[in-house]
Design a protein around this ligand. Structure first.
Ligand code: SAM
Length: 322
């Protein structure tokens, strides 16, 4: 087994990209921050806590669905597959899948958070001895992070994209992301991808505004991270966490709301906040099966089959690159 982290951009390069994105996001008429920055080491740990929270039904439902349908899913994937996981996080979900597969070729996880990937590698080494692992740190929306795949011969490649992470992308960006996946696959290769389905707004809003306030800490950690890494002075007590379902856009939006007019300094640059002004930090799009099948087709995939839980809350889809 080989498991070496690579492609770690220099701290300075990461820092200057982060500063550029933060100033750009907070400099517009509507303030936004890219959700990928929610996942520093602290944010990744908080995300693990969210996954275990009672109100966050997504992870629980997905795990049940996988457990019940693992044999079926493994048959669709077939033997000798190289599993590729963009945004692998703690890589926990791949373990049960790999254990069920016939002669898997190996595993290629990618994540923007080096710390979480390092910890995951140590665990995979222990739990899945004999599986070759090629880890890549970086932004999976950038083609460079996929480059090393071309050096790994395999009978079949399958992109594994659980956690409803596709929901964090606007529909048009989702199509571009699916196109990037397809560009790194051959005809007949697979995509195993999970979506959270459209449902009652009360259930959705509770999941993103949980009673244990973990999502609130996750959201506000982004401001702490900017303070820590970009010499900023956000006062967390002047921001509130807000999460709501937008039925027309079929998405939950997460925001940080400024509770009064004030200024913040970021790397010496002043950013003004009006009372009630928000920073949009994340969107989580919800799908219908037909809506998602249409998206798959636009992105270069043929939907093959899907598995849903009994309450039609969540779905796992298997599709083939065209
Ligand atoms: C919603 S979590 C899902 C984690 C895991 N796949 C799961 O299903 O539990 C998103 C993960 O993707 C990573 N991530 C988010 N945006 C990313 C990006 N643009 N490039 C690389 N990793 C990203 C985060 O660090 C985090 O680990």
């Amino acid at each position: 087994m080989r498991a070496a982290l690579s492609s770690v951009p220099g701290k300075q390069q990461q820092g200057s990209e982060f500063l550029r994105d933060v100033l750009e996001g907070l400099g517009g008429k509507t303030k936004t921050l890219p959700c990928k920055y929610l996942y520093d080491e602290v944010g990744s740990r908080l995300f693990e806590e969210i996954c275990a929270a009672e109100d966050y039904y997504l992870t629980r439902t997905e795990t049940d669905l996988f457990t019940k349908n693992l044999g079926d899913i493994a048959r669709e994937i077939g033997s000798g597959a190289l599993l590729i996981e963009p945004g692998a996080g703690n890589c926990e979900k791949i373990e049960m899948l790999i254990a069920e597969l016939n002669a898997p070729r190996g595993y290629y996880p990618m994540d923007i958070s080096p710390e979480i990937l390092q910890a995951a590698e140590a665990r995979i080494k222990c739990h899945l001895p004999g599986i070759q692992v090629w880890s890549e740190v970086g932004d999976f929306t950038q083609p460079a992070v996929w480059d090393k795949l071309s050096t790994i011969p395999s009978r079949k490649r399958v992109v594994f994209f659980p956690g409803s992470t596709i929901g964090n992308f606007e529909p048009q960006k989702s199509v571009q992301l699916l196109e990037l996946f397809a560009a790194n696959l051959g005809a007949g290769d697979g995509l195993l991808i999970c979506t959270d389905l459209v449902k009652d707004s009360v259930v959705l809003e509770r999941a993103y505004h949980d009673s244990a306030h973990v999502t609130e800490r996750f959201n506000k950690n982004l401001l702490c991270r900017i303070n820590r890494e970009l010499d900023a002075n956000f006062d967390l007590s002047l921001f509130a966490h807000r999460a709501f379902y937008h039925p027309l856009r079929q998405r939950v939006e997460m925001h940080l709301v400024s509770l009064r007019r004030h200024d913040v300094s970021i790397a010496g640059i002043r950013v003004e906040f009006a009372e009630g002004e928000t920073i949009h930090t994340e969107s989580c799009h919800k799908y219908t099966i037909n809506g998602f099948n249409a998206l798959l087709s636009k992105g270069g995939f043929k939907p093959i089959r899907h598995w849903k839980d009994a309450s039609e809350s969540y779905a796992i889809h298997y599709a083939q690159a065209i």
